[in-house]
Design a protein around this ligand. Sequence first.
Ligand SMILES: [Zn+2]
Ligand SMILES: [Zn+2]
Length: 349
Amino acid sequence: MSTMPALVKPEAAPGMSLELRPRPQCGRNDVLIRVEKTGICGTDLHIYQWDEWAKNRTRPPFIVGHEFYGRVEEVGAGVTGFEPGEQVSGEGHIGCGHCYFCRTGQAHICRDVEIIGVDRDGCFARFIRMPESNVWKVRPGIPTDVAAIFDPLGNAMHTVMAQPVAGRTVAVVGAGAIGLLACKIAHSTGALSVMAVEPQARKRALALSMGANSAFDPAEPGWTEAFVRATPERVGVDVVLEISGSPQGIRSAFDIVRPGGEVALLGIPSADVNLNFSKAIIFKGVTVRGINGRLMYETWYQSERFLLEYKPDLAALISHHIRFDKFLDAFALLERGEAVKIILDWEGA
Ligand SMILES: [Zn+2]
Ligand SMILES: [Zn+2]
């Protein structure tokens, strides 16, 4: 049996290991992809550190990773839409295909969803096997670094597109990779102004270079009052995109949204969040939306058009390229908060 290098979560404990694993077999409706570039995400860091979320959600051993770009290596006998050599990425949420949600166009909230690199083997490996329906062709003109981060780009796109932003004021809470992408998308789709909220000075500066008009430090005492004073009529912002997932970030979203405004929640808190519902939501008449993954496949088409028509410069977002066998360096950078988006390179693996 032929083998491949893979980054594995071997057991229920902190850490990951580089191992030789069997190369996946391509089933009838599968596409086997030779992975070239992968993005490391906050989710992977949770799995690496083995936090409460990872303990409750995952069952080692499994191959980690869900953000990738690669080329088709082999297709199953039933595959009609792909040929070897084509450039591809993929939707990592694999719906069951037959539950109520999958059958009503809501596969992103499938009851039995399997996420690559979480519930089944992921893409931090030389090869990944995906059902044909989840494979996404990468059009010419899209840089391969960007193709590797279609997944978080889609998270950002889904969050921004969940409510109108054109002609409105928009706050982005949390300026990691997804928050920065959300700044760029909100700016390019007609937001009147984009206000970033981020504790790290370096990321606030990046937000300003990626479409934010102003940036606030949530560590500053009284920043929410200053924020509200900076909005038209001093009533707060029309739309808040909460991407940090921190309890303070989530509470502050409701402090800075205007009465009658909208809050989209993408960031995932690791524990219950204490919130005064009557003050934060009910009397304020706020509309709250939970955002999960990407709409299949509306979000993917929106992301592709954004890349091809608007041609955003996203290079600043990718802070490091690191070879797969130096993954420990990559996680150390992430743990120290010194990276934005790290691309792990698998070429030559
Ligand atoms: Zn991710
Ligand atoms: Zn389903």
